[in-house]
Structure formats: C-alpha cells, structure tokens
Design a protein around this ligand. Sequence first.
Ligand code: ADP
Ligand code: MG
Ligand code: MG
Length: 359
Amino acid sequence: MFENILPLYGLNSDETTVNLFGDGLINHTWKVTAGGQSYILQKVNTDVFKNPSDIDKNLCLLKDFLSKKDPDYLFVSPVKALSGESLLNTPSGYFRLSPFVEGSLSLNALTKEDEAYEAAKQFGKFSSLLADFDAETLNITIPDFHNLSLRYEQFKTACANANPERMEKAKQYVDFINAHQDLVATYLSIVDHKEVPLRVIHHDTKINNVLFDKDYKGICVIDLDTVMPGYFISDVGDMMRTYLCAATEEETDLSKISIRKEFFKAVYDGYMEEMQDVLTDTEKQYFSYAGKFIIYMQAIRFLADYLQNDIYYGAKYEDHNFNRAINQITLLKEYIKIEKELTAPLSSSAEPHNQQHAQ
Ligand code: ADP
Ligand code: MG
Ligand code: MG
C-alpha cells in the first residue's frame, strides 16, 4: 500500500521507513521517515468521518486564518501532495501526510496537575486564537456530536425498545439518568443563550491529543478531525471527564472512581490563562456545568447502547457497556458531590449558575 501512496508525495518508498505510530483509536497512524525528515501518515476512518474532504476544507480555512493571526503558532496540518491536494482519495482509502513534530511526545494518562494545566492551556489557546474566526464557516464533520438534547431523546427511544432483561438489570441507572434531566434543560438554555456563542471547538480534548516537549510543556493540539462550531463546554467538559479521575471509563472497581480536586483547578487555570478575556461572563458561569454535561452525555450513550445490545460501541465482554455506564454515573455522582468545593477557589465570575440539580 505505502508504495502506492508515498510516491504521490514525491517520497521514494525504497528510501523511506514506515512504522505504526501512537495510540490513537480512530484513524490509522504511521510515522514515516525519509531523508532525515519525519512525517505522520494517516488513513482517515471513514466509518466515523463520512466526508473526509469536509475535514480537509476546515483545516485549509483554519491554516490560512492562523498563519495570518499568529505566524508563530504551530498549527499541524497536512502537507500538499504533488497533485496539490492535502487529502488523497486512493483505492486504499483517504490519506494525508503531516509534518512530524520533532521532539514531541504524547501522554496516555495524566499523573501530574501541571500536565493538565499545560493541556488545558493548549486547548484554550487554540479557541482563543480562533475567537474572531467565523465558526459557522466550518463544515460539521460529525453531526450532533455533542447535542445532549438529541442524545437524551435517543436514550428514551433506547429505553422504549430495550432488551427486557437488560432493562431490568439497568433500571436504577435509567432512573438516575431520568432524575438528572435538568442537565438537559440547562444544555438547552445554554444553546439558546445569546451570550453563549458558537466558537471553534476541538471536541476531542483527550490528553493524547496534545503534544508535549521533553519538559512536559505543551507544544500544540493535534487530532483536528472534530474541530467544528460548538460550545466551550464541550472542550472543558471532556477535559473534566477524562483528566479529573485517575481511572478511565474502563475501570470496573468503582472505589477507584474519585475526583482529583487539584486537577479541576489546573484545568481551570490553564484554560482561563488563554480564555479569560474571550469567554463571556455567562459562559464562565457554566464552567463547572461543563463537566456534568459531558460525563452525563457519556453515561447516557453507554447505557443506551447497553439497552440496545451494544450495536454502536460493541462490547469486549457481556456487560461492557453496562459497566462503562455505571463508571460514568459514579464519576458524575462524585463530581456533583464536591462541585461546590471544586468551584470555591475560582474567581467569582466562574461561580456556578444558580442551578437546581436533583441528587
Ligand atoms: P486519532 O484520531 O486516531 O486519535 P491522532 O491524530 O490523535 O489520531 O494521532 C494519533 C497519535 O499520533 C497522537 O496521539 C500522537 O501521539 C501521534 N501524532 C499525531 N500527529 C502527530 C504529529 N504531527 N507529530 C507527532 N506525533 C503525532
Ligand atoms: Mg487522537
Ligand atoms: Mg481523533
């Protein structure tokens, strides 16, 4: 396959080394080294991204804007092939080649608050540099990706059509989701609020989508496939969901699901370092809601899939999605339990909105 792709970039495949690279879960990723230069070659996952050229167009628009806005900003985007295209549609799939960021490393787990701070700062910097870019000119690469209201409707449909045995087993968790519907209402009020604008949002703020240098300072964000118009609660919320707990969504020992309070502060400080002057006062009031929003949505998605016999996520073992849903519900409970303590050290503008939540 590579012998057909690399020459399209003027690379001689006999003089090139290609190795699978990184721990990304969506695309196929290889490191390509040729004549002292390294690249990242990716085959785009078209099960997830139905129109890869939509991503390519977004990256071109952003690259153009950012190169003028801040020429020193490292925006890692695909290079052009000999044909002039930055995305190649080949018989083996859609491919793109980006410069490898030399001296970079990525983390799969967060052990230090400083790393959470650095990552949040990079995601904040990205949205901050793009604050004057008209987000609505971007293509939507995954429709309704973080549309909580739709996800909740889909959950209700899943409940109505559920596998009866699974419904019986999941009953108390279904009740928990329904008892927290106010989180959906808050989402709807955010979306409708004129002081919560659509922004350029990354939408996949997992820690391995930030590149660090050897001293663990953030270099830049990568994995830009889900960059779309959205709300800042998506990026902040997925950082909360994936940075605050030392255990992942796969953990089945629920005693390990707890919140590292100092990581919440680190995410806040890093993100606000860049976004303090960009976010409206209204947005700031939803900072801690962001965590509940994304954790709740993920719980809903795992539980809905369990009730529908794992058709979307699949399952490595019988109760896989059931366990993942309980994991996320436990995380949400922990978060709600200490939300006041989490937000106490923040500046007054970031104190949570006066929202009532069923416990
Ligand atoms: P996925 O969508 O599958 O997660 P990513 O774009 O995140 O794919 O790439 C997977 C991994 O490859 C990243 O987590 C990172 O470790 C590495 N990587 C991607 N792009 C670069 C790059 N330009 N320079 C260095 N490493 C990179
Ligand atoms: Mg990634
Ligand atoms: Mg990705």
